[in-house]
Design a binder for this molecule. Structure first.
Ligand code: M6P
Ligand code: ZN
Length: 191
């Protein structure tokens, strides 16, 4: 093999999740971008929910590994903790790894036929998301939740399925902390 790509190194700030040098623009997700993902209509359109700093390979190809840092601000929307939109991979069998850097949260995972699994995210957790599992991360703490993700380059993100079917569980703020509730709007994708 005669490689076309040169090796490169990036410095990841292990507390903030920032990347130096930053090779691609930060993607910002405000409440206005999240309509249909929270159970309630987001009331503060200009409030930042999370941002993603990508570390892209040059090609979206299965031979390359795409990475990103995600930073979810603390907060709630009508009692639901701030979270990512969540997605299945367009190429369903592609897997992903999350490395927790700071803050406290949960990684919700669900299959198309409604199996669920909830895992913690905090500094030092390494979560393996196998192919076929939709995934959404939720900030249940009072500080930003920061994690680094690495996934197969051609995975792609299917948001439409999550938007129309929902996730089986919601993570809501209760007097004693986070509680999982059944999502009344959830509909299985397949049986
Ligand atoms: C992680 C990875 C990314 C994803 C990001 C935000 O960094 O899973 O692929 O883009 O979280 O999640 P979402 O794409 O669901 O908004
Ligand atoms: Zn993913």
């Amino acid at each position: 093999m005669n490689p076309t790509l040169e090796p490169f190194t990036t410095i990841l700030d292990l507390d903030l999740g920032t990347l130096e040098p930053q090779r691609a623009a930060t993607q910002y997700r405000y409440q206005r971008d999240m309509d249909g993902f929270f159970l309630a209509s987001p009331p503060a359109p200009d409030e930042l929910v999370y941002r993603v700093i990508p570390l892209p390979p040059p090609q979206k190809h299965y031979t390359e590994i795409a990475c990103s840092t995600t930073i979810i601000e603390p907060g709630t929307v009508d009692g639901e903790y701030h979270m990512t939109k969540g997605h299945f991979h367009e190429k369903r069998d592609r897997s992903e790894i999350y490395i927790g850097l700071s803050g406290e949260g949960m990684l919700l995972q669900a299959t198309e036929d409604g199996r669920t699994q909830v895992e913690p995210i905090r500094r030092g957790t390494v979560n393996y998301v196998p192919g076929g599992w939709g995934h959404r991360s939720v900030n249940t703490g009072s500080e930003p939740l920061v994690f680094f993700a690495a996934y197969i380059g051609d995975a792609g993100q299917d948001y439409a399925t999550i938007r129309s079917h929902g996730f089986p569980q919601l993570v809501c703020a209760d007097a004693d902390g986070p509680v999982l509730r059944d999502n009344p709007r959830y509909a299985r994708v397949s049986s």
